[in-house]
Design a protein around this ligand. Structure first.
Ligand SMILES: O=C(O)C1=C[C@@H](OP(=O)(O)O)[C@@H](O)[C@H](O)C1
Ligand SMILES: C=C(OP(=O)(O)O)C(=O)O
Length: 461
C-alpha cells in the first residue's frame, strides 16, 4: 500500500474542482435500479471503491451493469424478484453501506447468500441490522463477536425467506441513529405485507427516503420517524435516470484544506447538499472568524437531493478559525466529517470538541482512538472521551511534521494528509491506498489546487 508524503503548503490552494460521486446516493441508486423494471442510467463521474463493491455485488446476482463511458452506468433492472442466487460469497469489500443495505434486500429473496467483507468490515457490528430483519421473519446469521455478548459480525448468511415468502410489518426503534439500519428496513419493506415503521432518536441521513419517494413509493416522514406503507405500494419500481451529485463528505477535505492554508480560494463543484449531511458546514460557520469564508450556492436537484457549489475563501493571515463544537444532531449530520472537523480544530483558537459520537468507534476503525493518535503525532494536545474527543488548537505556529498510519481508514488518511499541509516539514501518511474507497482522485485533486504531495510505493492513490 502506498504512503503519501505531504509537504507544507507554500502558497494558497486555488481552483474549482469536481469531487467523486456521493457514495450514499450512488449505492442507493444502484440498488434501486437493480430492483426496478427497465433500464436505468446512473451518471456519477468518479466512483470510489465502496460504490464499486455495490456494483460487484449486483453483478454477482445476475444484474447487468454496463459502463458505456467512464462513470456512466447503465443498469438493467431485474425487478423486485429477479435477483439470482450468487455462485459464491458476495464481497462487500470495505463498505458497511453495501453490506447492511444488501442484507435488507437479500433477506426477502428465495435463495441464500453469504455476505463477506475485508478485515475492517468483518469487525463491524451487524446485529443492529440482523435483529430487526429477523423480527419481521427473515433469516440472517453471522459470527458471534468474542468482543461483545450479543453482537455478530460478517460473514453474514442471509435468506432464503421461509414460507409464505413475505416479510411482516415492523415497528422498530433504533437506540442510536443509524441510516444503514433504517435503509435496510425500508428496502426490506418493499417485500412486506404491512407497514415498515422506523423511529430514530435523531434523524440520520435520509437519502433512501428521498429516492424511494421520487420513485413513487409511499413514504411518510415526520421528524425522525419514517413509514413505508406497503398497502399503498404498487409492487414495482420504475427505471430512472440520475446525475449523482458530488460527495460532500469528500469535498469536506478540500474545504478543510482551503481553510487551513491561508489565502486559499477553492470551489467544490456540484456537490450534494442534503441537510442531513451538511452539519460540517454549519459548524464551520460558527468557527469562521471572517464570517462568510464558506459559501454555498444551491444550483439544482437530483432525484429529490439538493445540489450546488461550495466555495471557500480563507483569511490571508491564517488566523480565521475559532474552536468549534459538534454533538447531538449536529454530530449526526456531520458523522463522516467528524475526523476532519477535529483536524480543523487543530488549527483553530481554543478547544474544539466532538461529543455524542460513540458511533465513530464502530466504523472502518475506531475513529476516536485513531484521531487521538493522529493529532498527538502532529504535536497537539487532546483528550479522548468515550463518545468523542477534545483538541486544543495550535493556530499560531506550524504543526509538528508527523509520521502517521491510516489504520486502513480512508477518512483518517485524508485527515492526516490535510493536516500535513499545515506542518513544519514533510508528513508521511502510511497505508494511504484506502483513500480510493471514497476519493480515488484525492491526491490529484489536491495537486491540481497547488499542494505538493508525493506517492511512495505501489500505485498512486
Ligand atoms: O447510509 C449510508 O450511506 C451511510 C451511513 C452512515 O452511517 P450510519 O449507518 O451509522 O448512519 C455513514 O457513516 C456512512 O458513511 C454512509
Ligand atoms: C463509514 C463509512 O462508510 P461505510 O459505513 O459505508 O463503510 C464512511 O465512508 O466513512
Amino acid at each position: 500500500m502506498p504512503d503519501l508524503i505531504v509537504h507544507p503548503a507554500e502558497r494558497p490552494l486555488i481552483g474549482s474542482v469536481p469531487v467523486p460521486a456521493d457514495k450514499s446516493i450512488a449505492h442507493r441508486a444502484l440498488l434501486l435500479a437493480a430492483l426496478a423494471t427497465g433500464q436505468s442510467r446512473i451518471r456519477g463521474g468518479t466512483l470510489g471503491g465502496d460504490v464499486l463493491s455495490t456494483v460487484g455485488a449486483l453483478r454477482a446476482m445476475g444484474v447487468r451493469v454496463e459502463e458505456p463511458s467512464p462513470g456512466d452506468l447503465v443498469v438493467h433492472g431485474a425487478g423486485l424478484s429477479g435477483l439470482r442466487a450468487p455462485d459464491g460469497p458476495i464481497d462487500c469489500g470495505n463498505s458497511g453501506t453495501t453490506m447492511r443495505l444488501l442484507a435488507g434486500i437479500l433477506v426477502a429473496q428465495r435463495f441464500a447468500a453469504r455476505l463477506v467483507g475485508d478485515p475492517s468490515l468483518s469487525r463491524r457490528p451487524m446485529e443492529r441490522v440482523a435483529k430487526p430483519l429477523r423480527l419481521r421473519g427473515g433469516r440472517i446469521e453471522g459470527q458471534l463477536d468474542p468482543r461483545k455478548i450479543g453482537e455478530i459480525t460478517a460473514p453474514l448468511d442471509v435468506g432464503p425467506l421461509p414460507e409464505p415468502h413475505v416479510l411482516s410489518s415492523i415497528e422498530h426503534e433504533l437506540p442510536v441513529p443509524c441510516d444503514q439500519v433504517k435503509s435496510a428496513l425500508l428496502l426490506s419493506g418493499l417485500y412486506a405485507d404491512g407497514p415498515t415503521f422506523v423511529r430514530e432518536p435523531i434523524v440520520s441521513r435520509d437519502h433512501t427516503e428521498r429516492m424511494l419517494t421520487a420513485l413513487g413509493v409511499p413514504i411518510d416522514s415526520v421528524g425522525a420517524m419514517v413509514c413505508l406503507d406497503a398497502a399503498r405500494f404498487s409492487g414495482a419500481l420504475p427505471a430512472f435516470e440520475i446525475d449523482v451529485p458530488g460527495d460532500l463528505s469528500a469535498a469536506a477535505f478540500l474545504v478543510a484544506a482551503a481553510q487551513i492554508v491561508p489565502g486559499s480560494r477553492v470551489t467544490a463543484r456540484r456537490v450534494g447538499l442534503n441537510p442531513t449531511r451538511t452539519g460540517l458546514l454549519e459548524v464551520l460557520r460558527d468557527m469562521d472568524d471572517m464570517d462568510g469564508s464558506v459559501a454555498v450556492e444551491i444550483k439544482g436537484e437530483a432525484l429529490g437531493e439538493p445540489t450546488g457549489d461550495v466555495h471557500v475563501a480563507s483569511a490571508s493571515s491564517g488566523a480565521g478559525l475559532r474552536a468549534g463544537r459538534a454533538g447531538g444532531e449536529l454530530a449526526s449530520r456531520a458523522l463522516d466529517e467528524l475526523p476532519i472537523l477535529l483536524g480543523l480544530g487543530a488549527r483553530a483558537r481554543g478547544l474544539t470538541e466532538v461529543f455524542d459520537a460513540r458511533e465513530l468507534r464502530a466504523q472502518e476503525t475506531d475513529r476516536i482512538a485513531a484521531m487521538a493518535s493522529v493529532l498527538g503525532a502532529f504535536g497537539l494536545r487532546c483528550e479522548e472521551r468515550t463518545d468523542g474527543l477534545l483538541v486544543e488548537g495550535r493556530p499560531d505556529r506550524p504543526l509538528d511534521a508527523a509520521d502517521v498510519d491510516s489504520r486502513g481508514d480512508h477518512r483518517i488518511a485524508m485527515t492526516a494528509a490535510v493536516l500535513g499541509l499545515a506542518a513544519g516539514g514533510p508528513t508521511r501518511v502510511r497505508d494511504a491506498g484506502c483513500i480510493a474507497t471514497s476519493f480515488p482522485l484525492f491526491v490529484g485533486t489536491l495537486r491540481a489546487l497547488g499542494a505538493r504531495i508525493e506517492v511512495e510505493g505501489a500505485r498512486a492513490a
